[in-house]
Design a protein around this ligand. Structure first.
Ligand SMILES: *Cc1c(COP(=O)(O)O)cnc(C)c1O
Length: 380
């Protein structure tokens, strides 16, 4: 019987394995296990890819978000209590990082079609102390269009991108400084995650911060290393230990070279699904006009509701196909945020009830056809 796992990381890394093993051996033999040239070389590769002036490797994606926000507070660009507008249907990491810095999440419903924050969400948000916005490029699609940029500029918001899911995506609308088109480089700072299942994944935890702002980059670097600016000289009390591991940096240096190959493969699978899936019970994801702006971290369809979703996933499982849900419970419905009065988010709740992710990371074209046929023969 055919088996299609949701994501097979060993299979995904196999074409790059010889290079990855060489990189790991190089670090093991080097004697340099914290910082050093492996980390700085990878940071430089990130700058070359995205066009930003500064990249700072950190321990993971959540820390990247936390350190950017703590850095902005330490520099006085944001003050404790300021609001950060964010799509209510994001992964919880966005909210955790905002609260960690003493800032206040201001969730807003996303656009129903793209499932992303848009200009209407920002301009329709009447929270007075909102000083920043966190576009989350959810599922690998850039949350960046002319309407959003206009709304951001009208309110003069700082922009911190949660680019954990969309490294490699390019927009058709330039970033705030008019120079960059890659997600993570569009606003004042961007946070990346290299969690193993992300499009560019490490062999463990890893993350990075991107920015053109030298002061912010150095604050983030310092905060990630005990708040020190040089050895045994501590300038920030909010410091932590969240450095990028040279082993991961070496592996990521290899994988970063394949980012366009990875994006193209996923785009091909998404295009096959879009062409082949045909079932009145299934809503396919919106295909962006500018194809490069989506790197398909997830291919997310919608079924009629929660019970239908259970039945659909069972049907797929019986045909050997594993599916997943991103995410069944939105942050504002999580037990840890029970007491927050963030409001109701009907679009977010509808999304949470209806979404299912199909395997997209490592399916061949034959497998994509099999998955599409399985979707097409589902009845309620
Ligand atoms: C994965 C992810 C993060 C956190 O990244 P980690 O490396 O797991 O800490 C943050 N935000 C979003 C949207 C993510 O998908």
């Amino acid at each position: 019987m055919i088996k299609i796992p949701f994501c097979d990381l060993a299979k995904l890394n196999r074409p790059m394995m010889a290079e990855i093993e060489q990189a790991l051996l190089r670090v093991a033999r080097s004697g340099r296990y914290i910082g050093g040239t492996e980390v700085s070389a990878f940071e430089e590769k990130l700058c070359n890819l995205t066009g930003v002036c500064h990249a700072v490797g950190v321990g993971n994606g959540l820390d990247a978000l936390k350190l950017v926000l703590r850095g902005l507070v330490a520099l006085g660009r944001l003050s404790r209590g300021d609001g950060v507008i964010v799509a209510a249907n994001t992964y919880i990491a966005s909210m955790l990082a905002i609260e960690d810095a003493g800032l206040v999440p201001v969730p807003v419903d996303p656009d129903r079609r793209t499932m992303l924050l848009d200009g209407a969400g920002v301009s329709g948000c009447h929270v007075k102390n909102a000083k920043a916005v966190m576009p989350v490029h959810l599922y690998g699609r850039a949350a960046w269009d002319a309407g959003l940029v206009r709304a951001i500029e009208e309110r003069g918001l700082l922009v911190i991108e949660d680019n954990a899911q969309a490294l490699g995506a390019r927009t058709d609308i330039a970033g705030l400084n008019g120079l960059h088109r890659m997600t993570g480089a569009l606003g004042d700072a961007g946070a990346l995650s290299f969690y193993p299942t992300k499009n560019v994944g490490a062999l463990g935890d890893a993350g990075a911060v991107l920015t053109d702002d030298a002061e912010l980059a150095s604050a983030v670097r310092s905060l990630s290393n005990y708040g020190s600016d040089r050895r045994y000289h501590n300038v920030h009390s909010g410091g932590c230990n969240s450095r990028l591991d040279p082993m991961q940096a070496a592996v990521l240096g290899v994988k970063l070279g394949y980012v366009d190959v990875i994006s193209r493969r996923r785009r091909d699978v998404a295009a096959s699904y879009d062409r082949m899936i045909e079932n009145d019970l299934i809503e396919k994801p919106d295909m962006p006009e500018y194809g490069e702006s989506h790197v398909w971290h997830q291919y997310v369809i919608k079924v009629p509701g929660r019970d239908a979703r259970d039945a659909f996933r069972k049907h797929m499982h019986e045909l050997g196909i594993e599916t997943d849900v991103h995410y069944a419970v939105p942050p504002h419905r999580q037990p840890c945020y029970e007491k927050r009065q963030w409001g109701d988010f009907p679009v977010t709740c509808e999304i949470a009830d209806r979404v299912v992710s199909l395997p997209v990371a490592c399916v061949s074209s034959d497998e994509a056809e099999y998955v599409a046929e399985a979707v097409n023969c589902w009845r309620m």
